[in-house]
Design a protein around this ligand. Structure first.
Ligand SMILES: NC(=O)C1=CN([C@@H]2O[C@H](COP(=O)(O)OP(=O)(O)OC[C@H]3O[C@@H](n4cnc5c(N)ncnc54)[C@H](OP(=O)(O)O)[C@@H]3O)[C@@H](O)[C@H]2O)C=CC1
Ligand SMILES: O=C([O-])CC(=O)C(=O)O
Length: 435
């Protein structure tokens, strides 16, 4: 069905407000796409014939204080076919996105709104978090979303107060984070970004859906996710993820390239550990065409050295070429990560996500956020995969990335409620983009 058909039954309201929430000054704007009330609606004056379109006219409401601004194309007439179509739609879900004016979001938001993430019957509300510095840009993002005429995008609101923006969030995609600048110590980055994620954890705890799923992208994402979940004690720790799907995708691409196959034939790839240069792309359990990678690619030296390092440092190589970090492929990998949680995992396969280690079957230290192999339970929940094997090489690599995450955790103890921070980070620890 044509996009325009669906839009004919949608009305966009636009309002601005200034409000105080918990003593914080907050400014937010709300663009909302609401189904028009049935034909006897007194607020909107549009003809309601099946294919005929008349210029929209906004008329008085019974309550002048609630006067809606009928906005552009969304004020047009109903279409009965569209009415039929929306009967199959699910209940709207709220998706909060931080760093919404940033580069990754600029790709991601349009994928979310198009339906390619949650499916063609899932209407969504986008709640975009920015800052004073980015507010105008955020308005620009909202305007572009309007101009894209997405049928499933029913509301867009923008704000700078996490306590407002995260209200009733079903998903929180936490992308905004300060980039590491020249001369900045990694410990400083952990502290600065940790404070952002501690605050956002508190806000989620206060106002988000009790079953909100949280995907932390802003770096250092594993430890940011740990800080976030520690500050949100009323939300299950299991609901928090840090994004390592981009690393998994990068690993699949390199294995496909080496084996001379298309990348859809590569499966069972786990990224273990931290989203950093200590991450472990697991070629022991990975398969190509259902056959263990080590039986297809016999060059163990390549697997242990070249392949592993390529995946670990891919982000940095890309930054050197682009002059900025991966944005489009990161957005794609966020889509993959969410879709993997809301759709069935293909038989025998799994996907990587950095999740809370409590009760993990691999002997990895408890109480950190560590990338591991997961299978979907379809409703946004997951279970860890049990049938994976380890050898000495894999174990020793996992130990190294585990040690790094434990060191990061000690570094942010002041933000997780675990006392005084002691920062003794391993010297060679880096984000993928830092080398
Ligand atoms: N896990 C992964 O696989 C990957 C993670 N990343 C990480 O994702 C994050 C976002 O990347 P990207 O969208 O490209 O970055 P951008 O620089 O384009 O946007 C980041 C956003 O972060 C916000 N921000 C929050 N605090 C600060 C601050 N103190 N100083 C400056 N900006 C701040 C800004 O928004 P506002 O002003 O609205 O707060 C900005 O729009 C980064 O941390 C990056 O390292 C990137 C690639 C892969
Ligand atoms: O270090 C960065 O900001 C980029 C990054 O995470 C990556 O490309 O994997």
């Amino acid at each position: 069905m044509a996009v325009a058909d669906l839009h004919t039954k949608i009305n966009l309201q636009y309002s601005s407000r200034l409000s105080y929430v918990s003593n914080r000054l907050s400014y937010s704007r709300r663009f909302s796409l609401r189904p028009l009330p049935q034909p006897h609606n007194s607020r909107i004056c549009c003809s309601v014939t099946s294919k005929e379109v008349q210029a929209p006219v906004t008329v008085n409401t019974e309550d002048p204080k609630k006067k809606p601004d009928c906005y552009g194309v969304f004020c047009l007439t109903y279409d009965l076919m569209a009415e039929e179509e929306t009967k199959s739609w699910k209940k709207m879900i709220n998706i909060a996105v931080s760093g919404a004016a940033g580069m990754i979001s600029n790709h991601l938001l349009f994928k979310l709104a198009s339906g390619e993430v949650f499916g063609p019957e899932q209407p969504i509300a986008l709640k975009l978090l920015g800052s004073e510095r980015s507010f105008q840009a955020l308005e620009g993002v909202a305007m572009e979303l309007e101009d894209s005429l997405f049928p499933l995008l029913r509301e867009v609101s923008i704000g700078i107060d996490a306590y407002e923006v995260f209200q009733d969030a079903d998903w929180a995609l936490l992308i905004g984070a300060k980039p590491r600048g020249p001369g900045m110590e990694r410990a400083d980055l952990l502290d600065i970004n940790g404070q952002i994620f501690a605050e956002q954890g508190k806000a989620l705890n206060a106002v988000a859906s009790r079953n909100v799923k949280v995907m932390v992208v802003g770096n250092p994402c594993n430890t940011n996710a740990l800080i976030c979940l520690k500050n949100a004690p009323d939300i299950p720790a299991k609901n928090f993820h840090a994004l390592t799907r981009l690393d998994e995708n990068r690993a699949k691409c390199q294995l496909a390239l080496k084996a001379g196959v298309f990348y859809d034939q590569v499966s069972n790839v786990t990224i273990w550990g931290n989203h950093s240069t200590t991450q472990v792309p697991d070629f022991l359990n990975a398969k190509i065409n259902g056959i263990p990678v080590k039986e297809v690619i016999k060059d163990t030296k390549w697997l242990e050295e070249e392949f592993t390092e390529k995946v670990q440092k891919r982000g940095g190589v890309l930054i050197k070429k682009w002059g900025r970090s991966s944005a489009a492929s990161t957005a794609v990998s966020i889509v993959d990560a969410i879709r993997s949680l809301v759709t069935p995992t293909p038989h025998g396969d799994w996907f990587s996500s950095a999740v809370y280690t409590a009760g993990n079957p691999y002997g990895i230290a408890e109480d950190i956020v560590f990338s591991m192999p997961c299978r979907s339970k379809v409703n946004g929940d997951y279970e860890l995969v049990k049938d994976v094997i380890f050898d000495d090489y894999l174990r020793s690599r996992i130990k190294k990335t585990e040690a790094e995450l434990l060191a990061e955790k000690r570094c942010v103890a002041h933000l997780t409620g675990e006392g005084i921070a002691v920062c003794d980070l391993p010297g060679d620890t880096m984000l993928p983009g830092e080398m």
